[in-house]
Design a protein around this ligand. Sequence first.
Ligand SMILES: *[C@@H]1O[C@H](CO)[C@@H](O)[C@H](O)[C@H]1NC(C)=O
Ligand SMILES: [Mn+2]
Length: 393
Amino acid sequence: MHIPSLLSLGLATAAAAHSNHAQKVLEGPLESLWYNRVPGDDRGAGAESVFSGITTFGSLPYRPCLASDKIKYDIAFMGAPFDTGTSYRPGARFGPNGIRQGSRRLPLIGTYNVPLKTNPYNNWATVLDCGDIPVTPYDSAHALQQIEEGHYQLLSREPATHADKEGPALGGRTLPRIITMGGDHTITLPLLRSIKRAYGPISVIHFDSHLDTWRPKVFGGSPSETAKINHGTYFWYAAEEGLLRNDSNIHAGIRTRLSGPSDLDDDGYCGFEIVEARDIDKIGTDGIVKRILDRVGTTNPVYLSIDIDTLDPAFAPATGTPETGGWSTREFRAILQGLQDLNLVAADIVEVAPAYDTNAEQTTMAAADVLFEIMTMMVKKGPLSQFIPAAEL
Ligand SMILES: *[C@@H]1O[C@H](CO)[C@@H](O)[C@H](O)[C@H]1NC(C)=O
Ligand SMILES: [Mn+2]
């Protein structure tokens, strides 16, 4: 007797589940069961509490975007579970799902970002969790091709909003924004290859304790072509391949040891300026924000790459190559909030290796909160079609 009700409940959920906007996703006689649903929580039946239901990033709707190009979004979260480019601790292949687990509390009652004065869940943008790119664990070179193609498929699609308007991409198109969850930092090379296809050479803001601009002969040696490309050398290759602008890249949070001062020459060759982690003691978070904005500007299209090891291991222990002496989660989030005017076209967060985390999920929670700031920054800034540097069109 109750079967028709259950069926209609399921159908109503599926039919309404096309965006993350506030909407009635459940109706019918069982509606009262779901007393605590929040706007944007589109996980379907079984998810009225943040600890139940199928886990997506921030409880955003899951759509298999790589299975159908009919799926449209303005911002897409996507996993790249690759970790065969790590030099120390492996395990970042579990990063995407670890970050999703760490993000479960994001939509609990409040989705309004107080410092940024914006609710990214109930705004102009359609934001989806597009799942993960299929990545082989057996062949790194092939995996990097899969990541480039998967990212480009998502990036080059018409966005849900303003699909008919001009934007900063090559050919004057407006495109959606993709937020990639790694994966070790090697994935940033195929992601930048995809970005180059869409935007041309791009300015990069790179938060990390390491430079990642090492020549292969310095970092890891060169036993094979595949081995040369790893999580310490990908920016070297990005510069060699012309994926980066050479006048406006910046690292921040750096505190690595070097093989010697010549590493800094190689870094300059790749077009980066450096903000050291310890600079925060002299210039504070505002000073760091100013240095970054002075370097990249607010109209220039920017790619943001974040290694979770930017944070001190006290705040993010579960990472591939931890370095002491980093920023707190509060300091890092304040720096990101200060960068809200950036013209961010895409971002990644990498090197989250959940197996080394505490039982309290410190690292995955920190990564999820960092991504909440980035999602809010992108929503607050508006569709990319509204921010076209005149010189680029
Ligand atoms: C980037 O610019 C620097 C400084 O002008 C230069 O020395 C370096 O060769 C350039 N690198 C590339 C990859 O073009
Ligand atoms: Mn690093």
